[in-house]
Ligand binder design. Structure first.
Ligand SMILES: NC(=O)c1ccc[n+]([C@@H]2O[C@H](COP(=O)([O-])OP(=O)(O)OC[C@H]3O[C@@H](n4cnc5c(N)ncnc54)[C@H](OP(=O)(O)O)[C@@H]3O)[C@@H](O)[C@H]2O)c1
Length: 239
């Protein structure tokens, strides 16, 4: 460990964005502590990333599990919270159980992690939350995503005051190719959606998890960025 090594907590290591972020931060020489709901998946993800990563099981919807996770982590510098479930349904066909789960993981879960994490985070540290461009660009079927994301962006600005001097920012991802798409729809529909989006975007491709990892590293490293919602969407808002 060097003087510049930071202890960075990332939730949901089995996810595409979390895994790329963990790899990036380990490459940069940091100590990364991760979570997953399932013990075997946690071990497999840690083994795959290799040295520099440790982890504990956590379900972000379970307050006791979140408290136990942060107790096991101890003092740390930065918190990054991409863990969340996913669902799409237009309002007339709403799957209320799946929508509640999304809000419980993405909004409530991030809040529980911030609540417990704030007890042990360094005064020089930062928190990076996750919303999505559906908070700014309407997309049929994305009600629960947009609601949870908008609530998170708004809460982040409040926490930037309440938790000061800890900085609190939100990443607002556009369409990023991760396992989320295979979970939302059949594989061929996911591929068709991603291909059509790539064609429509000014940059000519959809996002990679590594694009988001670069954003996380920036928000962690720049001590003057605070209360900010960083859109990383290849210009999706413009088309
Ligand atoms: N990819 C995109 O296009 C996109 C766009 C906009 C916003 N985002 C947001 O960016 C963040 C990361 O997205 P991603 O694409 O990397 O997602 P992903 O690949 O689907 O990964 C989601 C992760 O969340 C974990 N998770 C789900 N429910 C959980 C719970 N109750 N407790 C703990 N962990 C739980 C999953 O773990 P399991 O393996 O246990 O299921 C998985 O590791 C999310 O907030 C997502 O909404 C993504």
């Amino acid at each position: 460990m060097t003087d510049t090594t930071q202890r960075i907590v990332i939730t949901g290591i089995t996810g595409g964005i979390a895994a790329a972020t963990a790899r990036k931060l380990v490459e940069s020489g940091h100590d990364v502590i991760v979570s997953a709901r399932d013990h075997d998946k946690l071990d497999a993800a840690i083994t795959e990333i290799g040295e520099g990563v440790t982890g504990h099981v956590m379900d972000v919807t379970d307050a006791e599990s979140v408290a136990a996770f942060f107790e096991a982590v101890g003092p740390f510098d930065h918190l990054v919270t991409p863990a969340a479930s996913a669902m799409f349904a237009p309002l007339r066909e709403m799957d209320f159980e799946a929508a509640r789960k999304l809000i419980e993981t993405k909004q409530w879960g991030q809040m529980l992690c911030v609540y417990e994490g704030a007890k042990r985070i360094s005064d020089k540290g930062s928190i990076t939350l996750f919303s999505g461009t559906v908070t700014q660009k309407p997309l049929a079927g994305a009600t629960a995503f947009a609601a949870a994301g908008a609530a998170t962006e708004a809460a982040a600005r409040i926490w930037a005051f309440e938790l000061a001097p800890v900085r609190v920012n939100t990443i607002v991802p556009g369409i990023i190719k991760t396992p989320i798409w295979g979970n939302l729809m059949p594989e061929d529909a996911a591929t068709a959606t991603l291909d059509a989006t790539a064609e429509a975007l000014p940059v000519g491709r959809v996002g990679r998890p590594e694009d988001i990892a670069l954003g996380v590293e920036f928000l962690i490293g720049n001590g003057f960025v605070n209360g900010h919602a960083l859109v990383i969407d290849g210009g999706h808002r413009l088309v």
